[in-house]
Design a protein around this ligand. Structure first.
Ligand code: IMP
Ligand code: MG
Length: 188
């Protein structure tokens, strides 16, 4: 059993409310809709963290949209640090050659994961490849990433909720919040 079932109690500060997320996602959807001018678009999201963002964003885009999902994990990282060595657990299910692709991410931290993914997807010869991230934590960037659509820039804090996890938990919170430091140090 988990130490606590009150996930909300583990959150110190709500950084981005459910309402603020919804409003920003709607804005991003309008921007994407306007930019692609009726062109068909393939949204590629990266499981599992991007799942709620993808589900909400796709419904705010008024274009002929196709979706595909990838899942990656990074080798040798910790629960709060990515290593940049990426393993593809689930690949695209259809070709993206000649397609306009928008990569939908939950968060860019060091940028190492996305740097790998961008190279990988470019190798599949899409007509274009742009990047949309809900959260951007620029303070710790190690790889330069051209971000086309950004929901929120956040400070260098480890956040959970709206898809983001710590040890696979908290993904189901409706907001983005900062975990209390005790949660990191507490034994399971
Ligand atoms: P990056 O390779 O350092 O940019 O990290 C990318 C991945 O690390 C994200 O897709 C998340 O899964 C995870 N990550 C980075 N920062 C956070 C955070 O603050 N909370 C939860 N997961 C994070
Ligand atoms: Mg994670």
């Amino acid at each position: 059993m988990s130490r606590t079932i009150d996930l909300r109690a583990d959150i110190g500060e709500v950084l981005i409310s459910e309402e603020a997320i919804a409003a920003r996602v709607a804005e991003l959807g309008r921007q994407v809709t306007a930019d692609y001018r009726g062109e068909p678009l393939t949204l590629v999201s990266v499981l599992k963290g991007s799942l709620p963002f993808m589900a909400d964003l796709m419904r705010q885009i008024e274009l002929p949209v196709r979706i595909d999902l990838m899942e990656v994990s990074s080798y040798g990282g910790t629960a709060t640090e990515s290593s940049g060595l990426v393993r593809i657990i689930k690949d695209l299910s259809a070709s993206i050659a000649g397609e306009h692709v928008l990569l939908v991410e939950d968060i860019i931290d060091t940028g190492l994961t996305l740097n790998y993914l961008v190279r990988y997807l470019r190798g599949k010869n899409p007509a274009s490849l742009r990047i949309c991230t809900l959260l951007d934590k620029p303070a710790r960037r190690l790889a330069e990433i051209p971000v086309d659509y950004r929901g929120f820039e956040i400070p260098d804090q480890f956040v959970v909720g709206y898809g983001l996890d710590y040890g696979e938990r908290y993904r189901n919170l409706r907001f983005v919040g900062v975990l209390r430091p005790e949660v990191y140090s507490a034994p399971e």
